[in-house]
Design a protein around this ligand. Structure first.
Ligand code: GDP
Length: 177
């Protein structure tokens, strides 16, 4: 029996960053027959959203973990199982950039994520007044020893419109191959 190779991808970031929307767009773009939720009606993740897509002989299983402060401690439990991480930042919410950077650094410090490819997504680029991806890159560039030897990449996106989602997933696929 032909078995797909299973991979696990974590989608992390603060609550309201756009994780659920990003996952819904991923499923919509990669699963031909997927009729998902109404993208404009998605509300912030509490708990865990899961999704899977098949690309060639790979099956990517996504875990979108709740970003609320009290849920961030649960992230650790999933780290050991994951092959890639997508970290989503709301680039329009300047008041929470520091909070997001703190959660990001805390995630990178976790040893079980060593060497795991990391995609940093600057989301909500469709909104007026959002910070540019250049600015975000400066803010989120981690001290070198935190990044280690992993592959990392930063991309702008509008999960709401679906811009940048395809490119992101394609980067992840290359990264875990
Ligand atoms: P989560 O808590 O990280 O899962 O965030 P959600 O996916 O639930 O999104 C939170 C809110 O932000 C929702 O109202 C989404 O419609 C909105 N949102 C998500 N992505 C974008 C985006 O790229 N642009 C805009 N304008 N809104 C977005």
């Amino acid at each position: 029996l032909f078995q797909k190779e299973q991979y696990f991808v974590l989608i992390l970031g603060l609550d309201n960053a756009g994780k659920t929307t990003y996952l819904e767009q991923t499923k919509t773009k990669f699963n031909k027959n997927y009729k998902g939720m109404n993208i404009s009606k998605i509300t912030s993740t509490v708990g865990l959203n899961i999704g899977k897509i098949d690309i060639g002989n790979m099956r990517l299983n996504f875990w979108d973990l709740g970003g609320q402060e009290e849920l961030q401690s649960l992230w650790d439990k999933y780290y050991a199982e994951s092959h890639a991480v997508i970290y989503i930042v709301d680039t329009s919410d300047k008041e929470r950039l520091d909070e997001s950077k703190i959660a990001f650094d805390r995630m990178l410090k976790n040893d079980s994520l060593n060497g795991v490819p990391l995609l940093l997504v600057g989301n909500k680029q469709d909104l007026d007044g959002c910070i540019t991806i250049g600015t975000m890159k400066e803010l989120f560039t981690p001290v070198k020893d935190l990044l280690g030897s992993r592959d990392s990449h930063i991309l702008g996106a509008s999960a709401l419109k679906g811009d940048g989602v395809m490119e992101g997933i394609e980067w992840i696929v290359e990264g875990i191959k």
